[in-house]
Design a protein around this ligand. Sequence first.
Ligand code: FAD
Length: 469
Amino acid sequence: MSRVLVWLRNDLRVADNPLWCVDTPAETMLCVYVLDRRWLTPWRPGDARARIGPARLRFLWESLMALRGELLVRGSDLLVCVGDPVDELQGVLRRAPADVIRVREDPGWQESDDVQRLASRLPSAVKLETVSGGTLFTREQLPFSPGALPDTFSAFRRRVAGLAPRPSRMAPVTLPPWPDEAPRGLPPLARVSPEAAGWRVDPLGGPWPEGGERAGRERLQRFLAGPLDHYRDTRNALLGDDVSSRLSPWLAWGCLSAGQVMAQLAERPADDDAAVTASREAFVDELLWREYFHWAARQDGAALFGEHRLPVAHEPALEAWCAGATGVPFIDAAMRELVGTGWLSNRARQNVASFLVKDLQVDWRLGAAWFERWLVDYDAASNWENWRYVAGGGRDPRRDRYFNVMRQALRYDADGDYVAHWLPDLASLPPGPARHAPWRHRPARFGRPWVEPEAWRTVMTSSAVVTGQ
Ligand SMILES: Cc1cc2nc3c(=O)[nH]c(=O)nc-3n(C[C@H](O)[C@H](O)[C@H](O)COP(=O)(O)OP(=O)(O)OC[C@H]3O[C@@H](n4cnc5c(N)ncnc54)[C@H](O)[C@@H]3O)c2cc1C
């Protein structure tokens, strides 16, 4: 029996956790989470705001507190430190020696680098064990080597069709005891980040997705009990709590595993209604997008992030985009929702990303870094791979991948309800296309937009945007 130190990163749950669902019993087990101090450094050169924003940090802290509660009732505990992960872990080991350090391998260049740095500093008597997890399938199950991941999502989906997701395991009833000499507990959020402790979700947004395993499980039950059945038709909606699953924050921090979601889904009885079946298939497809990008990020390593150092950007266009002040309602509404709530629908993410890169011509990495700051569901693989994809690079590269934001606005927000919700001034315009081009109707009140791309011209002239009818 050995003394184990479990290094938690993105598996903040007790059930189905590969870090302690192992066959070898431990004499003692010390669970440590390190908030990486680099996350508290500026999100880009020239702007002091931190890489991890208040919404994300708040969700993380809630999840850690919830996890601590779950661990305590099972005879264990949690220690949360702030600093360089490798230095902090070495400090913990000095106070509470361990024979084994167990960590889950994560996509993300910095995360892999941390594991290697730790390995190079450990005394030979300490064994570093990396376990796999975070994905639906194991490496061994994949019908191709990880280096030969198919170039497109559709090819990936075809290749993994029929594979059974790894089984999801129940929460242990008890866990190995905590080593007597080890410190425990977590610092108050206000000490780590006064910004996060004082942050409040914008009441215009939906309910705050409280962090932690129990809240994630409840959200999953609620989604499976109804919204799932019309998911295919509602997933592109911009307003409403139950239009998509909204499971992403819990999946990103590992308060829920993708395997648990699939296992619960498999328990639903089959339905004769073709629309319901199509909805369930569409939802599984999205989980497969996540899977694809997680394997892709493992393969891409540092290349996923382009240059490690972000470009210095003083472009006023970037600042207008971040602040939701480009003058394009469809973009500004989404950027305000992002900063007000830490969340954004997939449709809105695609549009704001394409607009920044293709219309404002700003380096995509700056957009990805802003999302990294704000999204409560930020995960390195899904965020950076999606950004690269929308920008036209990465997987399935296509230079002409372009979202015509005006066309998208008229299609997905025909009455302008979404834009008027986040930009209440627009409610003074009649519901309909006018709300998407207010500068054409009330030039004295609504300024001209930052750009008016050529591609919008046909959309605007062929619709009532021009006349406001
Ligand atoms: C520019 C950009 C950045 C993004 N950044 C992130 C991110 O940091 N974290 C993140 O989880 N998702 C990211 N996404 C993907 C997607 O927008 C969100 O996963 C989704 O909107 C979350 O809402 P939901 O849980 O209701 O999703 P649902 O539609 O209910 O989908 C179910 C689950 O499938 C996964 N999923 C769905 N779409 C995608 C996708 N395109 N790529 C990867 N996984 C997907 C998510 O885990 C999601 O919770 C990004 C998309 C874009 C275009």
